[in-house]
Ligand binder design. Structure first.
Ligand code: GLP
Length: 242
């Protein structure tokens, strides 16, 4: 793993955005794996700025998002599809028909998961997968457990995850109980992974992920088995790193 710690936000955000932009410059048809949460927002904002300056184009790219809440329609303001539209897709030249987010409102969730994996199989692999990490070490919505699922699947969200994400909803009771998430196997198929981590509350999770044993109790630790992972940390998240 290549781990970088940044003293200032500007460098953190620019480094993440440059990685995406240089991929698109060398491969305009790149398949991007995208994440939600507060951490990647700065990188998405920077990419929008770079697009407006003519430094990057998404016109031929496609994207696959990691996850979506079960029970929220695409146009629900708190859905991850709405998040992506608001923070990235509405401001760049990507063809919306080539942006993919699991349908958390599908009648048959199992069929939706299988179809998502099939599309990934046909159009993948993902060239660059952006990831955040949960305070409990989750990636996407792959929660710590005795075993992990490889492909896209429905997951019961742990209480700590619903608490952590309550800040995006009126109250914790409004946070959905379940989500669809790409599995760890699908995530690890990406050619390159960019893990973005910010804040002291993530320090222990990311330390365990990169320095601890590879264990399903810290899903992010499975990234140690991937040959091409770049980890960007701010001072808080990287306080344990000299
Ligand atoms: C959610 C998402 C994850 C994300 C995590 C951390 O649980 N499913 O993909 O990494 O939040 O989010 P934040 O960056 O807001 O801390």
């Amino acid at each position: 793993m290549n781990i970088f710690k940044f003293e200032n936000d500007e460098d953190f955000v620019q480094t993440g955005a440059n990685l995406v932009a240089s991929l698109l410059q060398s491969n305009p048809k790149a398949v991007l794996g995208l994440a939600t949460g507060s951490t990647p927002i700065g990188v998405y904002e920077r990419l929008v700025q770079m697009y407006r300056k003519g430094l990057v184009s998404f016109a031929k790219a496609s994207s696959y998002n990691l996850d979506e809440y079960v029970g929220l329609s695409a146009d629900h303001p708190k859905s991850y599809r709405s998040f992506m539209n608001k923070h990235l897709f509405d401001h760049i030249d990507i063809d919306l028909s080539r942006t993919h987010v699991p349908d958390g409102n599908a009648k048959d969730l199992t069929a939706e998961c299988l179809a998502y994996d099939q599309r990934l199989e046909n159009e993948g692999p993902v060239d660059l997968q952006i990831l955040g990490i949960g305070s409990n070490g989750h990636i996407g919505f792959n929660e710590p457990d005795a075993s992990l699922t490889s492909g896209t699947h429905v997951v019961d969200l742990l209480p700590e995850t619903r608490e952590a994400n309550a800040r995006f909803f009126p109250s914790v009771t409004d946070v959905p109980m379940q989500a669809i998430t790409m599995g760890v196997g699908s995530i690890l198929k990406a050619q390159q992974i960019l893990l973005l981590v910010r804040g002291a509350e993530k320090a222990e999770a990311i330390r365990k992920a990169v320095k601890g044993p590879i264990t399903t109790q810290c899903p992010a630790s499975l990234l140690q088995s991937h040959p091409n992972v770049m980890v960007l940390l701010d001072e808080g998240a990287g306080q344990w790193l000299k």
